[in-house]
Ligand binder design. Sequence first.
Ligand code: ADP
Length: 485
Amino acid sequence: MKRYGMFVNGEHVKSERNAWLPVIDPSLETVIAEVPDASAADVDRAVSAARAAFDTGGWPQTTAQDRGRLLFKLANKIRDEAGPLAELECRNTGKPIVEAEFDIQDAATCFEYYGGLATKIQGHVNPVPDNALSLTLREPVGVAGQIIPWNYPLVMAAWKLAPALAAGCACVLKPAEQTPLTVLELASWLPEIGFPPGVVNIITGLGEPAGSSLVAHPDVDKIAFTGSAAVGKLILKSAADTIKRVTLELGGKSPNIFFADADFEAAIDGALFGVFINQGEVCSAGSRILVQKSIYAKFVDAFAEKSKKILLGPPMDRATKMGPLVSKEQYDRVRGYQEIGKGEARLVAGGGRPKGFDKGYFVEPTIFADVDNNARIAREEIFGPVAAVIPFENEADAVRIANDSPYGLAAAVWSRDIFRALRVVKAVRAGIVWVNHMQPTYVEAPWGGYKQSGFGRELGPWGMEEYLEAKQVHINLSEQPIGWY
Ligand code: ADP
């Protein structure tokens, strides 16, 4: 069993207390590695290293071209190591290997994109009404604390690190305690690639104390967080004490809306993919499936029938379409919602643990029909393969139900009527709306939530904006005294 160190100031280190956390393979329930269990003192050490890299180490003064090249090298290294990295991600998360392979490519693409964007950070000349030259300079916000979840470990790390580094920030990133391995592997390449010590620090540990001390730390300028709404609220409160910049991506309860005129086969596949990809452990999962009444009965039958064909199996098997959930805690949580759903709606598929699995945190793809939008399974984020199907009458009804949620991360609408589809796109309050698809997203486009799904945007130029300050520079061009006194 391998012991990984945290990555602080360019070196792999133990925690000060020499305490360790087990990392498991959720398909076998075996410990595959140990990582340091960081305390507040360890976080302080990492923040000091980042602070030094930013304040005196010269990182913000590197040229944009040099930062871009480092990011390109990192992207290439990820591609070179894609096989072993995908396997590590697969073993640690339980996601199917084929999906893990996509994730690794996505992470590489993200570093590459921001490698290119580093040289496109541009200021402005402001048209001020005076004999002056007014400029806006863009500067990095400083030390970024970044906290990420366990569902897409390397992709989430890339979404956080790449724009911050392109902007010239120094980073302290905390992966989820369940899934720290791929980003630690990546960190081990940073010295040879040429990243100066302290520019990237990875601390491993629990939300409390490691995550919470990062948020409270007075020397951290900004927190970027992806995770649950409950923790997002804690972070926002704690960040208030030091007036930190905060961006939050907090998941959702996203509606996937099917009108009667949608291509029926495509719709069924879209509903399945939308909610069951990555075991349903997706912040944008289409977990509320809104179906027009005229096709409702046929849709529910076909959806339930096809869900039973989803192949659960060992994550490393290339035929596997669904692996186990990431942890015992998540398994218990999802099993709990399966039971809650049985008291709230009509179970039409799944509902328990699949037969033939002695080990591993596997749950059946589960579908409830006739769900009231006020039911807990329609309001609370489950983060597992549990779908709530909700009937609707007409377009107005669909939009009303879709928007009746505290969340607003994502939505999708399926229809062959372009006028209706686009009306729904405009009416739904969500950070992304798909038409006749659900889930693909690209590093070039903005990602983030409306309402309680959070604020701030990741990816694209928007993602880098969140790591930049704007500095106004006023240059007096008049050689006369200002004549005030
Ligand atoms: P999930 O319920 O999906 O595990 P969480 O929001 O609990 O999502 O976790 C997402 C990330 O937030 C993880 O890295 C976790 O360690 C971290 N975290 C949990 N609690 C806190 C906290 N109080 N302060 C800061 N980070 C936290």
